[in-house]
Design a protein around this ligand. Sequence first.
Ligand code: FEO
Length: 169
Amino acid sequence: MNEKVSALLNDQINKEFYSAYLYLDMANFYTQKGLDGFANWFEIQAREEQDHAMLMYRYLQNNGEKVTLEAVAKPDKTFQTLTDPLKAGLEHERYVTSLINRIYEAAQEAKDFRATQFLDWFIKEQGEEEKNSMDLITKMELFGDDARSLYMLNSELAGRVYSAPSLVL
Ligand code: FEO
């Protein structure tokens, strides 16, 4: 594999585990606020991030690359309002999109077409992640101030179920 593409993917494994940690901390915030549905939504989000990391881990191994695991940073965001984690989540996803785009660009430059094909799934996934985050912020801004609506939104989010990623290596 191209050295740069391999290094960026290796680094992204760490970023994905950090994302999982960050979302778990957001779930933790909502649990403390008594909003189990919001917590469920973020716990599933955290599981998805672990899946992303594992897909990259396996892809590198399948291509004969050595994976190096680094320390995962502490989630360092603090939240005041119930909307804060949602906004921080969207901001974080936009950052992750920029990282994925950078790896994609490196793979294109290296003419590593297997890597671009692998990354296509992540490009699409980032679009979905950003949309989900934006939708949640919109709902919260529309209904979050009303206790009954917040209760219903929490119930809706409690219904989210985990499903394994559609990308199989
Ligand atoms: Fe792994 Fe939320 O992107």
